[in-house]
Design a protein around this ligand. Structure first.
Ligand SMILES: [Zn+2]
Length: 300
């Protein structure tokens, strides 16, 4: 059985309303709930008067109007993007013009594309190009708030978390979420990088996480360790499947994810493939042909 992750699925929120969460953090939730976005995209607002907006969200006119209305008496000074999936970055385009502000992110979308037969809902925003590129450790500031960017590739190759120094808090985007594991979809998603980026969080001091989907996470280190254990368990399950004679990912997914809604098997297959690449990398699994999701795999 996969390691137990203490998911948090119950929390109070109201769509479209600028809600106060902590002295420095507010959030507006977009009306885009789904199997990939949970209750929807949580757009965070940091500070008061002069504020940063983190992940403006999908190109959804109601959400964009809610953000304009909610912040009409304040000055937005930065739009920060954790990564370039459709539910995070597209609203930056109209809002940066409206607010007359720059966008800050690691870079444009990386190698990931929606591929033959494996379309996922959470696609890449290929049009996004940040005005300012942030590297690991870069800092942006406003009155009363200081945000450091933390490079955490894995879910995507351009994923950043944002550390809010004054509250010892970390905005974790889709890297660590309270309600679900992250989808790691190769080629842009990379399991080896993801595991490294989880390990990186264990060496940091933040004691609360604010993911883009769902509510805050406390007891963060045990939480991160649970995610790492979960992936290692999945690797063990793959090795079990291979030793039972399964060689194709499509045949392993229903065995490994027998308690999961079949509508999520596409995403699961991407995750199994991502894990498989790591197993091939470390020499535990062999693939005779060039490696793809349709390849035949066996124990090395
Ligand atoms: Zn994402």
């Amino acid at each position: 059985m996969p390691a137990k992750i203490p998911f948090i699925v119950k929390y109070d929120f109201e769509y479209g309303k600028l809600e106060s969460l902590t002295p420095l953090i507010r959030r507006i939730t977009a009306r885009n709930p789904s199997g990939f976005t949970f209750q929807g995209t949580g757009t965070y607002v940091v500070g008061h008067g002069e504020v940063a907006v983190i992940d403006p969200g999908p190109l959804d006119s109601a959400h964009i109007e809610d953000l304009k209305e909610g912040l009409k008496d304040e000055k937005v000074t930065h739009i920060l993007i954790t990564h370039t999936h459709f539910d995070h970055s597209p609203a930056a385009a109209p809002l940066k013009d409206y607010w007359g502000v720059k966008t800050y992110a690691y870079g444009p979308h990386g190698a990931g594309k929606i591929e033959d037969g494996f379309t996922i809902e959470e696609g890449g925003d290929m049009d996004f190009e940040p005005d300012i590129r942030l590297k690991d450790g870069d800092v942006v500031q406003g009155p009363g708030w200081t945000i450091e960017s933390v490079y955490t590739p894995g879910h995507t190759s351009n994923h950043l978390c944002f550390a809010l120094k004054e509250e010892n808090a970390l905005f974790t985007g889709d890297h660590v979420m309270g309600w679900s594991t992250s989808v790691i979809g190769p080629p842009d998603g990379d399991m080896t990088q993801y595991m490294k980026s989880l390990g990186l969080l264990l060496n940091r001091s933040e004691d609360v996480y604010w993911p883009t989907h769902g509510t805050c996470i406390k007891d963060v280190k045990n939480y991160v360790r649970a995610f790492m254990d979960h992936r290692l368990d999945r690797e063990r399950q793959i090795l079990d499947c291979l030793s039972q004679g399964y060689s194709l990912i499509k045949d392993m997914v229903p065995v490994m994810y027998k308690d999961t809604d079949p509508s999520l098997y596409g995403a699961a297959a991407r995750s199994v493939f991502a894990a498989m690449i790591r197993l091939v990398d470390v020499g535990k699994v062999k693939c005779e042909s060039s490696i793809s999701r349709l390849s035949e795999f066996r124990i090395a």
